[in-house]
Design a protein. Sequence first.
Length: 181
Amino acid sequence: MPKIVDHDKRREDISLKAAAIFLEVGYKNIGMRQLCEQLGMSKSAVYYYYKSKDELFRAATEAIVNFDAEVLAQRPNSQNATPQQRVENFLLIFQQMAPRYFQEMQLVADYIEVIGKKNIANDPSMLLANQKYISLLSNYVSAEHSTPLYTLILGLLNHQIMIGKPLTEEYISAMIINYLH
């Protein structure tokens, strides 16, 4: 009897594993052959799902954002949430991103070095990540202030790195309250 493969699930699994590899190794320091080896798959198997390293990188980017969004699946959206629940939603997004943020910024810098600074604004992976996080903040925190909230969350994540210790929930909450009135 032939093996039944859930191709959507397989694509998702590959992209999440690839995201972890990109975070560990970087973008420019790994080719498709090495990616396949680290994924434990043949090149033909990976190419069945993804036509190129760039396509796999975009899928990995989307997989990470979708992973972050899962924490909000049972939470009220911004239209139905109380101000406190919207703050909690922001904190959940922040807490999802925080553990890997430093590695992500290293990966982003590595990726930008490859694509060039002048191409950032139109790069599919960069656009995808920015749009998805802004949408997440719009849907769960504030549609009106989603772009400044994205700037705030990135700033808070950088602040946390620069001071070398976690920011308190009270501090983060005080920062976001300004956008929820």
